[in-house]
Design a protein around this ligand. Structure first.
Ligand SMILES: [Zn+2]
Length: 397
């Protein structure tokens, strides 16, 4: 007697790996546990890495006050730019050396956490950063002797607090370069949803759609990765139900907590791979200045429609995770996935088209070319040519 193989199991069962060593401290008030976790890591003189917005919001000040009260001597590097460049790494490294630091605390969105990872790397590794470019196999140069990093996200989006990569724009290429290694994972992530309640709604929307896109693209990504899949579809479910609530009611701590979980899950899951939406978003940032999460959200419906012919069973699961009635049958469910994604984005004020987000039509060929250079689209379950990516950009425009 033969039994049917479930849709998400390949016939040959390959060996897969999942790295998840970050200790996660999650919940309202989690921030107060920062000194305890630093002490446990042997950190006495932390470098606090943040951006000017975090300082202005008073969050960096709260972190320094907590550290002072615990008798720790903290040094500040709080000038991180929205999309980190090697300048952030160099200035941060000077602050690290000046303060005689022995660990890092990154406070902020993906940019601050990524900048801290770059400083962490250069604290013990030879420059230049381009040496560690994942696209050229630079991960083999990243050793385990990095100083400990504690990440405190202030958005629920990138999931960089549990991620293994840092994104940096290097001036020689003007391209977003990914530096990747399991050694870059923060040792502790302190996820305090109270830190997200004052986010302006457009930032809640864009960062939340990034978390949603991580879950969705990871779930659809080619390859066998059941551990990532289980986490990915849960990120889709949580973001779909709680992002609109967090957008409308910024002080709702249940929705904010749910979004922090979605962000963690999205980043854990995309170890499996991402897809065309991320390739396009990585191009739309430098070419058109679009926020990463916003770019993902605008192109995602077109990407989901593009995947419809190759991903019926998985898109049906996505639709169910987003609230569709499973009784409709697989094909109808899968057909409904792209409209549901579009409706979710619209419900949080995301513009429907790239042109409404300020992207110029004449920039689209450059977006297509840069997206094709980006490694993210290699995760797509439907292989993408440069023409496919340009077509997706045009469809989203
Ligand atoms: Zn992303």
């Amino acid at each position: 007697m033969t039994t049917a193989i479930p849709f998400d199991l390949p016939e040959d069962l390959p060996v897969v790996e999942l790295s998840w060593p970050t200790r996660v401290v999650l919940g309202p008030g989690a921030l107060s546990r920062l000194p305890v976790h630093l002490a446990a890591l042997g950190v006495r003189r932390p470098l606090v890495v943040a951006d000017p917005g975090i300082v202005k919001a008073g969050i960096a000040g709260r972190v320094h006050a907590l550290l002072d009260a615990a008798g720790m001597r903290s040094t500040a590097f709080e000038e991180v730019q929205p999309n980190p460049t090697d300048r952030d790494a160099t200035l941060g490294l000077a602050a690290w050396r000046g303060g005689g630091c022995d660990g890092l605390v990154a406070v902020g969105g993906g940019s601050s956490i990524d900048a801290a990872k770059l400083i962490q790397l250069l604290a013990t590794h030879e420059p230049p950063l381009s040496r560690y470019d994942d696209a050229t196999g630079g991960d083999r140069f990243v050793r385990s002797d990095l100083p400990p990093l504690v990440a405190i996200p202030t958005t629920a989006g990138t999931g960089s607090e549990v991620g293994r990569s840092a994104v940096v724009t290097l001036p020689d290429t003007g391209r977003k370069t990914v530096i990747f290694s399991p050694h870059l994972m923060p040792r502790v992530a302190i996820c305090d949803p109270r830190l997200t309640v004052d986010l302006p709604p457009p930032i809640t929307a864009a960062t939340g759609m990034d978390a949603f896109t991580h879950g969705l693209e990871a779930f659809l990504a080619a390859g066998f990765h059941p551990l990532a899949d289980a986490v990915a579809i849960d990120a889709v479910r949580r973001a779909a139900r709680s992002l609109p609530v967090a957008y409308r009611s910024p002080g709702d701590l249940h929705a904010r907590t749910d979004m922090m979980i979605a962000a963690l899950e999205g980043a854990i899951a995309f170890q499996k791979g991402l897809g065309a939406a991320h390739a396009l978003a990585h191009a739309l940032g430098p070419v058109s200045g679009l926020h990463h999460g916003l770019a993902n959200a605008v192109v995602l419906p077109a990407v989901v429609a593009f995947l419809r012919p190759v991903a019926t069973a998985r898109l049906a699961q996505v639709a169910i995770a987003m609230g569709a009635d499973p009784a409709q049958g697989e094909a109808a469910l899968a057909d409904g996935a792209a409209p549901r994604v579009r409706a979710l984005a619209a419900s949080v004020g995301i513009p429907a088209r790239l042109r409404d987000a300020g992207v110029r039509e004449e920039d689209l060929p450059r977006v297509g070319a840069k997206a094709f250079e980006d490694a993210s689209h290699r995760g797509s379950p439907r292989p993408c040519t440069e023409a496919d990516l340009l077509g997706l950009a045009r469809a989203a425009w």
